[in-house]
Design a protein around this ligand. Structure first.
Ligand code: ADP
Length: 191
């Protein structure tokens, strides 16, 4: 089983790549954001708990996220691996994933990072708001909070990934097709 992380700030294009990559490589696409939005849509207890945090652009607690991740990993069958999208977002989340994968005889094989300038991220999220109707994309202040949450809590992970020697940054201010081809080349070179 392969484990790939698609990494980058909100609006970098992680979700778009994850959908097409998971199809091509038979990976289970795990988007913690999508899973949480589904819980909200279905009005579950968990959904109610996370809604206000997501609306304001803050992170949901590590415990909630890790429980989701472990259950998805343990229940997935028929896949060649996992593609994590929007996870890990904190050092704690990464350490817990790392430990969990070790226990089940797996590891993080690569971290593919989409690097995009802040002004482009903001523009993309505001445009996405019109298409997908996500409330956290429509409000410029929430968008900015999400970017600063990323800088403070998620970006420090890069140093850890670099030390592991499996961190691959790519210029993300380009087309979906170009990024997809670059990532495929990268993955094909690793297999
Ligand atoms: P984006 O990457 O565009 O911000 P996501 O769908 O990945 O969108 O995340 C939306 C929101 O869901 C985040 O702002 C956060 O509140 C919550 N969330 C998603 N994944 C995580 C995670 N791994 N840890 C904590 N909160 C998360």
């Amino acid at each position: 089983m392969k484990n790939y992380i698609i990494f980058g700030p909100p609006g970098a294009g992680k979700g778009s790549q994850a959908v097409i990559l998971s199809k091509k490589y038979n990976l289970k696409h795990i988007s913690t954001g999508d899973i949480l939005r589904e819980e909200i849509k279905n009005g579950t207890k968990l959904g109610l708990k996370v809604k206000s945090l997501m609306d304001e652009g803050a992170l949901v607690s590590d415990d909630i996220i890790l429980e989701i991740i472990k259950s998805v990993i343990l229940n997935a069958t028929g896949y060649s691996g996992f593609l994590y999208d929007g996870f890990p977002r904190t050092i704690y989340q990464f350490s817990a994933l790392d430990e969990f994968l070790q226990k089940i005889g797996q590891k993080v094989d690569a971290v593919i990072s989409l690097v995009v300038k802040e002004e482009v991220l903001i523009r993309r999220m505001l445009r996405r708001a019109e298409i997908e109707g996500r409330a956290d994309d429509a409000d410029i202040n929430v968008v900015k909070t999400r970017i600063s949450t990323y800088r403070e809590q998620t970006e420090p992970l890069i140093e850890i990934f670099e030390k592991r020697g499996n961190y691959y940054p790519l210029e993300g201010d380009t087309t979906i097709e170009k990024n997809f081809n670059e990532i495929c080349e990268l993955i094909d070179g690793l297999i």
